[in-house]
Design a protein around this ligand. Sequence first.
Ligand code: SF4
Length: 804
Amino acid sequence: MRPIDLASRSGVALRRAFQTQQLRQAAGSRQYSNITSLPPTYEKLHSKYTEVRRVLGAQRLTLAEKILYSHLDNVEESLLNNTNNGRDIRGKANLKLKPDRVNMQDASAQMALLQFMSCNLPQTAIPASIHCDHLIVGSKGADDDLQAGIQTNHEVFDFLESAAKKYGLDFWAPGAGIIHQTVLENYAIPGLMMLGTDSHSPNAGGLCTITIGVGGADAVEALVGAPWELKAPKVLGVRLTGKLSNWASPKDLILHLAGLLTVRGGTGYIVEYSGPGVETLSCTGMATICNMGAEIGATTSIFPYTEASARYLEATRREQAVKNAAAFQNFPGAGASEDAYFRFKADEGAQYDELIEIDLSKLEPHINGPHTPDLSTPLSQFKSTVQEQKWPEKLSAGLIGSCTNSSYEDMTRVESIVRAAEEAGLKPKADFYVTPGSEQIRATLERDGTLETFEKAGGIVLSNACGPCIGQWKRQDGVEKGTVNAILTSYNRNFRGRNDGNLDTMNFLASPEIVTAMAYAGSTTFNPVTDSLTTPDGKEFKFPAPHGLEGPKTPFDIGKDVFKVASQPPNPNEKVAISPTSERLALLEPFEPFPNSDLSGLKVLVKVSGKCTTDTISAAGPWLKYKGHLPNISANTLNTAVNAETGEVNVAYDLNGSKHTIPELAKLWKERNQPWLVVAEHNYGEGSAREHAALQPRYLGARIIVCKSFARIHETNLKKQGVVPLTLANEQDYDKIAAGDEVATVGLYDMLQNGGQGEVQLKVTKKGTGEEFLVPVKHQVSKDQAGFILAGSALNLLSKSASV
Ligand code: SF4
């Protein structure tokens, strides 16, 4: 009997398999004395790592590099091609990676599974899980909201569950928890590499995994067993010293870092934490920091494996994983050179492309926002900033929890200040919502009395789902759309309209403790560190500094049976549930291949100014329900984009001057067979790893997107859907191109034919005057990506190879 594959097992199944393994070892088999006695995941990791060492010799490696390179499909080819013989890998090598598993949330899983189904395979090549978390609206409280959510979305949940049964995936039902919290509790094991169809998947880097947020098309590549390609990231080191104290929390570290680096600062980098300060953080605190690495555009983030990581594995009933990690780090045993050991930390002397030092002892709480996560203000300056900027002083709601901040530590720290306020007779002045990240954390907090404390204080506990974090929030406070108002959340993202669909809601991000204290004050100018509140009997009340427990005193409570994972082998007889008349699910039609020539006759649909996030290109909130129906969801395409020429939102003009919404005009042009392009500014497609933001324009007839710069995931997503992303070689050329102009490509077809090699230009013909000029553009198209574009999409290519 083979030892267990760590990557394939969830908590309960994992424990069962570990027990079997322990029995076998107790019966006399050699314990990790040779490589085949390691669990297969570590056996594979060690074999690949040995190859990496053979190719790179004694080169000092960061932790991220060790894990990433040890997941290469072809180590030598990936590390030595175009890399100055392995000396210059970062930013140069195209890594072809074989991840250990894929995790999908319900909104993105629909399209991923529809794409996987097109490949006609009986099961996935690697383990995967589906988490029903994004579609539940937060409103009155967990029970009501969950029932309503299940009723409204049963068609989608039935589809996902039937697909899980057919292909042998783990299925986490609605209410079981938010993907990242569930993954941390059940699947994250040090040294794994995972893909997640959600941009905050790097959360699991808090438990020393490399976890990368991707679109459904990338997930499908991994699910069919094809290598997944990534330009070797650079590594940004963050060295931590000191120790957090008083009101400062892990959230404040990442809020501060977002302010330093901006939403683009981490692009092309893995953020790797090191230094003595790391040892002072909890595992869940490290996960919070990694989760919000998405807000600085990082490929992913990672922490070393520490004693706190081991404690978290034990608290989540994965004691054997701790033993395995220790045994693995001690393999191959006496006499081997130090480099033969895979340690879950950077090599001594490893170099970072950039290094930032942060002294945790000096960190103060921060509040980031509104409307962007990198507008960071230290708490001590927040009052004056609010007043200078004329932001609302009244706080209308405080929302804590979500995948970012619902750990036991977070919640017990909040509990400590809620208890103090309650004892003083105070109640929150603003609405106060709590979102547990999973059933496990909810049940544990209920068992230990924390939730009761929140409810007694008037807090509303929402279901274990994304809810208000992703626009699924039915506000009960009468704040209408168009009303300027301020909310504070412990979530991770705060673009306009993100939470309640109101573009005038200002969401400020802070730690759960700060959010809660300010909810008691009902004011954005209150500083709990220095200011006091007045109690009903007229006394001054000052919050004590929060304190909490890293984890529960006894292991986590697993919670209600109904929320346990459904884990099953593939069943080829299972019928995947899709009604042909459905408005929410539609089978996919393949996109047409690239023509045998350059593109010509394209027209600029709209020139966009300012931020154009994936939320702008494909809004969430009420549109989430159409994620599995490409024609229907396409009616939201770019519907909050700003027209650069008129300043209007969601307005585009046809060639005859008639006025339309952007998606209406795109649909008209699709019907007319008029291919089009969009012109945009910086960091186009930042935000969620939302492949619909690539699929929808493609479905409606976009062939290229031209902008000043792209967000990494979105740029890749475009290429996978057969849309060519091009950046302006001279940014000022943005001013020369306008809506309605005609565009042809020069050199694009040759570049694609040559596997991504070659220069590309655009020939622009001005609408009205007929003036012509050439615009030089840049691209990042690899050989494989050129193949996707030529085939019409990555899926066209994959389904061809899967059917061979
Ligand atoms: Fe859900 Fe928000 Fe976390 Fe995304 S960031 S997984 S929407 S809770």
